[in-house]
Ligand binder design. Structure first.
Ligand code: ATP
Ligand code: MG
Length: 241
């Protein structure tokens, strides 16, 4: 019996919803969507936390422009607030150095982060996942029973091919799935929408490739004004408000 599992349940007892942003494929926009969703929910008056669980390629701190803050110790670690969001990432401890882990170590770090973090009362905890269906995804399914998945793909058949496998696993395991977002949508193909709807899964909409998004990374005010954010709001307000 792993004692930290019971602590995790306690730590998350005042978190109403846990939204896991995942994809079978890398580079599809999970991190941008996680940060964007967290910022939007906070603007709507929700209490929001954001947890970056991508240990190899953490990027939420870059997107949010996190500088010179650190979790505060008080019977655990209280995440610093970044643009109103309670933010936790392994980069606070690795100082942005590479953090290569084997399978067992990943589980250990996830358990430790979840057991140590004092989120307090939240309406939403958003989790930015690494790509694929590896240890992190399996551990989240194991340790956070109230997880609801939000799956990201691009319009590419190659990306969707990998994403479809995640959709199958979620269905097999009866994990709540909020829907699929088609990010960096290009052209007018309805391939992804048709496939998703054909699986009886909610298609949340498409977000076009925004050529100005890169300039806004690291500045949450600029990010909030992008076309990317405007389209994101349309996709997510369908399910959250
Ligand atoms: N709608 C969009 N328009 C333009 N650029 C985008 C869009 N969505 C994401 N990007 C860009 O695509 C790149 C990948 O995005 P992001 O890092 O969020 O993907 P990811 O799925 O989290 O990647 P990883 O699998 O490595 O974690 C980033 O440079 C990001 O700025
Ligand atoms: Mg990412």
């Amino acid at each position: 019996m792993e004692p930290r599992i019971s602590i995790i349940n306690k730590r998350l007892q005042n978190v109403k919803r846990v939204v896991v942003v995942a994809s079978g494929k890398g580079g599809v926009g999970k991190s941008l969507l996680s940060s964007g969703l967290a910022l939007h929910l906070e603007k709507k008056g929700c209490r929001v936390g954001l947890l970056d669980l991508d240990f190899y390629g953490p990027s939420s701190h870059i997107i949010l422009g996190v500088h010179d803050v650190f979790p505060q110790e008080d019977k655990g670690l209280i995440p610093p607030r970044v643009s109103g969001i309670s933010f936790m990432s392994l980069v606070f401890f690795t100082h942005d150095k590479p953090a290569p882990f084997r399978g067992g170590d990943i589980t250990n770090v996830i358990l430790e982060l979840l057991a140590i973090t004092q989120w307090g009362s939240l309406d939403f905890l958003i989790i930015d996942m690494p790509p694929g269906i590896g240890d992190e995804t399996l551990d989240v399914l194991r340790f956070i029973k109230k997880s609801e998945f939000l799956v990201v793909t691009t319009s590419s058949k190659v990306a969707y091919g990998a994403v479809e496998k995640l959709l199958v696993i979620l269905k097999e395991q009866k994990i709540p799935l909020l829907g699929v977002v088609e990010n960096m949508k290009q052209g007018s193909s309805s391939f992804v929408e048709t496939e998703v709807v054909g699986r009886d899964i909610r298609y949340l909409g498409g977000i076009l490739f925004d050529p100005h998004l890169e300039d806004a990374i690291g500045n949450t005010d600029s990010l909030s004004k992008t076309t990317f954010m405007k389209e994101l709001v349309v996709c997510f307000d369908r399910i959250f408000f």
